[in-house]
Design a protein. Structure first.
Length: 130
């Protein structure tokens, strides 16, 4: 297999919407389930996560980009991301993101916020003053 035959995984948009956050940069290692992009659609946030681990080959969108269903968001090169190597790669990706002015999510087992979940305030008792 030649270097140009390296398999890649295209992460595509599951819906039409607007990108509100890109959590990775090119060259950053990602783990299965890691948050890659957040899309706003119909006033709800939807998290797009990596279906498998790898290294980000390219990022096709930025915050504010409007996407359609099936548009490419991120391209991943499948690679086993070693748990012992994670923090070093995360620090490198964060430094790269700061220099490019973008945000990066470190490679950790941190919980990911639930897409579209919002806690509303408790309802107040109605006053009956007639």
């Amino acid at each position: 297999m030649s270097p140009t035959d390296t398999p890649v995984t295209r992460v595509t948009s599951p819906m039409q919407g607007t990108i509100i956050a890109v959590e990775v940069v090119a060259g950053a290692p990602v783990r299965e389930g890691q948050q890659l992009v957040v899309i706003e659609s119909m006033k709800m946030e939807h998290v797009v996560a990596a279906e498998r681990g790898g290294v980000v080959a390219s990022v096709a969108v930025s915050a504010g980009t409007t996407v359609m269903h099936g548009d490419a968001l991120v391209v991943l090169t499948p690679v086993d991301v070693d748990a012992d190597d994670g923090p070093a790669h995360a620090a490198q990706a964060d430094a790269s993101a700061r220099s490019e002015g973008t945000r990066s999510m470190p490679v950790t087992d941190a919980p990911v916020r639930a897409a579209g979940m919002v806690r509303l305030p408790e309802p107040q008792a109605a006053s009956s003053t007639f």
